[in-house]
Design a protein around this ligand. Structure first.
Ligand code: 4AD
Ligand code: MG
Length: 483
């Protein structure tokens, strides 16, 4: 091993240590001080650079030269001075040699000779004790330096990579759907408006009681932040056969829950010549493959979540990878819930939207694992879903996961022009602005299906983090946009 000129991420250094026997090799370590401990003539500095869970312990020996009994590295005078004032949170560069470590759980440590203070830290708010997640949300710019948020961030990154790998290997092409849109893809109406009109001026002038003239707005019409890339993905699926989107998604829902964000990330595959069965199969393969990727590649971080966040999570994820998902129709699911009506605050009945408590009951009590619920009443699902022959239900599917509830929502799409127009009319939707979407049913219409997976909910599921605000760097929710 050569002397590292540039920062070697600790993850690589630790891999090298495991692979070779580099004892005695000179190393440079750069990172942030987690702790400093002093013991007579020894100073222990734990340094972490976030590239992996583990920190590296650097031990400095301050024994005066004439009192030394070994020829191990000695801390320089300059190093001793830096060490005496060193604070948690400071950034440092340490030079020394790798030495076998007497401490449990680490093979090597650094026997330090030099330490350079790169950036000092005063009154660092992160101390050795465990801070609450609520407190850490208030210092969202520093929380990635904690064990938990470092681990969440690495798992999130690995899962994003796995999403692309899964689809790329199966001939799905990645497309970038617009973030600003004129359409309400879900027909649900909880959208953030995008405008360059001077709202302050309009409200100062009272606008003479008139609605603003959106023809004068930037795009010449009312526009919004997208709630889903699905409609645009459908146009590409009916051209490239298999596509997926993976991008930011916005919903102005006033739901202050542990699984809703106003800005979240959604993965949406869309496949032509695919029906609801194919869609269910794809969703199950997808979810299992993501969990397997995390289990294979994020072992150290998952072990931390297992020990400190959600006991037994690794075994639970392994079980899901090896299980078959339970399939149940909405109608049968409601029957199942009605049999246990006493257990619920919200009494279930045919036609009702499944509440979080119902979803948990189905996964945790009925199926004891993930469940795919299909064929929901048309009234509680979006306009674009394919109608079943009964005229009452649509070819929808929701994948529900234990602990979390809905993680994926999707459907086969209505590919019959007349039926789609009829449904939109029933719902009072203006078809003019969807002309291009309807065109897909005019020119070579084909059965097609897709789904959306809340990426942040996936990260919650894999890490066991209870609140969705703790799996995204800067959560956006009602009243929350500090950073
Ligand atoms: O079920 P949803 O609303 O489905 C759609 O948007 C479809 N257009 C998807 C498709 O078929 N292409 O949302 C899909 C998923 C949900 O299952 C959930 O995991 C996540 O997106 N999701 C949210 N995640 C965080 N915060 C929110 N406010 C979310 N709303 C939905
Ligand atoms: Mg849904």
């Amino acid at each position: 091993m050569q002397e590292y000129r540039y920062t070697t991420p600790m993850v690589d250094l630790i891999k090298d240590i495991a692979r070779f026997d580099p004892e005695g090799q000179p190393v440079v370590v750069r990172g942030w001080v987690r702790t400093k401990r002093e013991l007579k003539n020894l100073v222990f500095v734990e340094v972490n650079d976030g590239s992996c869970f583990a920190s590296i312990q650097c031990t400095f020996d301050k024994t005066p030269f004439d009192k030394r009994e070994t020829d191990a590295a000695v801390a320089s005078d300059a190093a001793i001075e830096v060490l005496s004032a060193l604070k948690t949170g400071a950034s440092v560069e340490i030079r020394g040699n790798l030495m076998p470590s007497p401490a449990a759980g680490q093979r090597s440590e650094v026997s330090g000779q030099e330490i350079r203070l790169i950036g000092d830290a005063e009154n660092y708010p992160l101390q050795k004790k465990r801070h609450s997640f609520e407190f850490l949300r208030e210092i969202a710019h520093l929380r990635p330096r904690t064990n938990t948020f470092g681990a969440v961030t690495r798992v999130r990154s690995a899962l994003a990579y796995a999403v692309h790998e899964f689809f790329q290997k199966r001939s799905f092409h990645y497309i970038h759907t617009p973030i600003i849109t004129a359409n309400d893809a879900e027909g649900a109406g909880s959208m953030f408006q995008v405008t360059t009109l001077d709202m302050e001026k309009a409200s100062r002038d009272g606008n003479q009681g008139k609605a603003p003239d959106f023809h004068a707005d930037f795009f010449g019409k009312k526009t919004f932040l997208t709630v889903s890339g699905q409609l645009e993905a459908e146009t590409y699926a009916t051209a490239l056969s298999r596509v997926y989107t993976f991008g930011p998604t916005f919903r102005a829902e006033n739901s202050n829950t542990a699984r809703h964000l106003a800005e979240f990330w959604m993965v949406e595959p869309e496949a032509a010549f695919a029906d609801l069965r194919d869609n269910m199969e794809l969703a199950e393969d997808f979810l299992k493959s993501l969990l397997a990727y995390a289990l294979d590649n994020c072992g150290e971080d998952l072990a931390f979540f297992d020990a400190h966040v959600e006991k037994g999570i690794v075994a639970a994820l392994e079980a899901v990878v090896n299980a078959q998902f339970t399939h149940i129709s909405y109608t049968d699911a409601v029957k199942e819930l009605e049999k246990n009506a006493d257990s619920f605050e919200f009494k279930p009945s045919w036609g009702c939207d499944l509440q979080s408590e119902h979803e948990r009951f189905l996964t945790e009590k009925v199926a004891r694992g993930p469940v795919i619920v299909t064929d929901y009443p048309k009234e509680i699902k979006a306009f674009y879903m394919k109608m079943n022959d009964d005229g009452k239900t649509v070819r929808a599917m929701d994948v529900l996961a234990p602990r979390l509830g809905e993680i994926i929502g999707g459907s086969q799409r209505e590919d019959n022009l007349e039926k789609l127009e009829k449904r939109m009319a029933e719902l009072g939707m203006k078809t003019e602005s969807y002309w291009w979407y309807l065109d897909l049913r005019r020119f070579g219409s084909a059965p097609h299906s897709g789904f959306g997976m809340g990426f942040d909910r996936l990260v919650q599921y894999v890490t066991g983090m209870a609140n969705i605000r703790d799996v995204i760097p800067y959560p956006r929710a009602v009243g929350l946009a500090e950073f």
